[in-house]
Design a protein around this ligand. Sequence first.
Ligand SMILES: Cc1ncc(CNC=O)c(N)n1
Length: 236
Amino acid sequence: MDPVEKNGVIDRWVKKHLVLYTGATRHPFILSIRDGTIDFSSFKRWLWLAVVMGIWLTGQDYIFVREFVPFSASVLLKASKNSDDNSDMEVILSGLASLSDEISWFKQEAAKWDVPLSDVIVHKSNQNYCRFLESLMLPAVEYSVVFTALWAIETVYQESFSHCLEDGSKTPPELLEACQRWGSEGFCEFCCSLKKIANRCLEKAPDEELKKAEVTFLRVLELEIEFWDMSHGGPK
Ligand SMILES: Cc1ncc(CNC=O)c(N)n1
């Protein structure tokens, strides 16, 4: 593939796999937070459900994030060894710093709702996702491949939650704080930095590696959809 054609790999992939991408970033769970698409008689019940599901997913997300931290650290390690740009490390490090903040927030939320995080039972979909992260932590997995995963994981959350904050959304106030965590301007800029780095790495990647990164991108989208799907399965 000639270099011009490789430009903006990420945008090309998003366009090519738009159905799956939209499936992850506009999942019915997210749309139900945003739209309040319900008849008014059941509004209270819906609000209650949304809040309960939000809290339950928070417990699952806490478990996910505890696996996502070592994954991000493994990307950092690869950056220190393979990257030709020193600023990659700073971007990854800032991501790790916000994960530290996020873990404290999860604990605080759990205390507020009186749900002990130590008792959370890991859902099968979440377990699959954590296993996938583990497989990416192996030293042999290329920097461009893991970076694509990092970009995709963060961006699905950013796009989903910023959608819940757009004008006209009817997000329950109890969930606003969660939405602001990932829907904020700052997190959006962070995802943009991730995208630039991912594009830079992918432009230089040999075709074989590029194929692997694309498959990894699709796997993240599927796993994110399955993560949201837990909201109608409930605790299992
Ligand atoms: C399932 C999932 N995907 C992405 C994120 C966002 N990254 C870190 O917080 C998250 N918390 N959980």
